[in-house]
Design a protein around this ligand. Structure first.
Ligand SMILES: Cc1ncc(COP(=O)(O)O)c(C=O)c1O
Length: 380
């Protein structure tokens, strides 16, 4: 079997140019060369977040960015509404509790998107809510939520709307300012197409007003310090120079391609996966499927954990399985990162081969042919 393929919903395959940048000699973060790069990156990140407000980088994984938003905005005993539709929603709720918030959990059935009307009703009945937390895409179920609709409703209340865009920002359209998002977080190993290690956060003006009086203790993630440093063309702590150099390449490249076309490329990958999966008689798990990752239900007679291992060991394809209540029941295919048509065709072909090894009725060669034809006919 030829090359290994990584189509997980993060970390993702890297552009060859990014791989070269990562191998370059180290430069110091207090040099004119890096100053130029940082300046460009901080400007381009605003474009990436579709905001006029500053976007900050932390040398942390995405969870650090989620924590940053909380510690900058919470005060002791604040009431928080946490929309929980999977593993990452639960994580954010636990974090808020750790920092002393009183968390109201709005549990959504896994695979379904939250009802905007239900959130509106909750906020009407609970006037003390300070923050509303929601994933744009809940990666564990490959489900996207109506962020625009939620922003509309939440912006009419004093509450701030915090969005975990870790599997969304840069993968499909998320307009931070226009959709009235007050805090947005992204992570480098997803649609930013880099290795793990950077998180990105931004606050609206409504959120900055809260940040200036919030009492939650904060040190590393204090955005007031970062704001001051960034205005002076620096990051407050040592910059992750190598990742930021690679980020400069990625952001420039997406700008060259154009957001619209870039998003269409991801939509094409998502559409392809859904279409070819249907040809294999595999159903979607989510009723609100995301363009960044697709979850496919596995036939009950197939153990998803074993299938994933088999795909990995025999066919060199890394996909993700289900987590928690979905363990062994779904397989998740990512659409973010550096993905060529041949990666997509081979992934579906090898998935069919692996399924056939588990006595599933599928013709891998037919799947391979249909895949190639489908992609040829659908260009963006
Ligand atoms: C939606 C979402 N939120 C949060 C996280 C956590 O990010 P990290 O693992 O980078 O801390 C992930 C990671 O997969 C995610 O997909």
């Amino acid at each position: 079997m030829s090359n290994a393929i990584l189509l997980a919903p993060g970390p993702v395959q890297l552009h060859p140019e990014v791989q070269k940048i990562l191998a370059q000699a180290m430069i110091h973060h207090r040099t004119p060369e890096f100053d130029q790069i940082l300046k460009r990156v901080l400007t381009n990140l605003k474009f990436f977040f579709q905001t006029e407000n500053p976007v900050f980088m932390h040398s942390s994984t995405g969870s650090g960015g989620m924590e940053s938003l909380l510690v900058n905005l919470l005060s002791q005993s604040d009431e928080v509404l946490s929309i929980i539709s999977g593993k990452f929603g639960e994580r954010w709720a636990e974090m808020a509790e750790t920092y002393g918030a009183k968390v109201h959990r709005l549990n959504v059935e896994w695979g379904k998107s939250v009802s905007v009307a239900e959130v509106e009703k909750f906020l009407q009945q609970n006037k003390n809510i300070k923050l509303v937390l929601c994933q744009a895409t809940e990666t564990s179920t490959a489900t996207s939520h109506d962020i625009k609709g939620l922003g509309e409703v939440i912006s009419k209340t004093p509450a701030l709307f915090l969005v975990d865009g870790i599997t969304a920002v840069g993968a499909y359209d998320i307009k931070m300012d226009a959709w009235k998002i007050d805090g947005l977080v992204a992570g480098s190993q997803k649609a930013v197409m880099l290795p793990t290690g950077l998180s990105f956060v931004s606050l609206s003006q409504k959120a900055w007003a809260v940040a200036s009086t919030a009492t939650c203790p904060r040190f590393y993630f204090d955005l007031r310090k970062e704001l001051k440093a960034n205005k002076n063309g620096e990051t407050f702590y040592s910059s992750s120079v190598t990742l930021i150099k690679a980020l400069d390449f990625v952001l420039n490249r997406i700008q060259e391609i154009g957001f619209e076309r870039h998003f269409k490329q991801l939509r094409r990958r998502a559409d392809f996966t859904r279409e070819i999966a249907a040809k294999m008689n595999l159903q979607l798990f989510s009723s609100s499927p995301s363009d960044s990752v697709t979850a496919l239900k596995l036939p009950t007679e197939i153990d998803g954990v074993k299938l994933r291992e088999h795909l990995e060991n025999k066919y060199l394809v890394t996909l993700m399985g289900g987590q928690d209540q979905l363990k062994g029941k779904i397989i998740r295919i990512g659409h973010m990162g550096y993905i060529l048509d041949e990666h997509m065709i081979e992934t579906m072909h090898r998935l069919a081969l692996a399924l056939k090894d588990f006595n599933y009725k599928v013709d891998p060669e037919e799947i391979k042919n249909i895949s190639g034809e489908w992609l040829k006919a659908y260009q963006v």
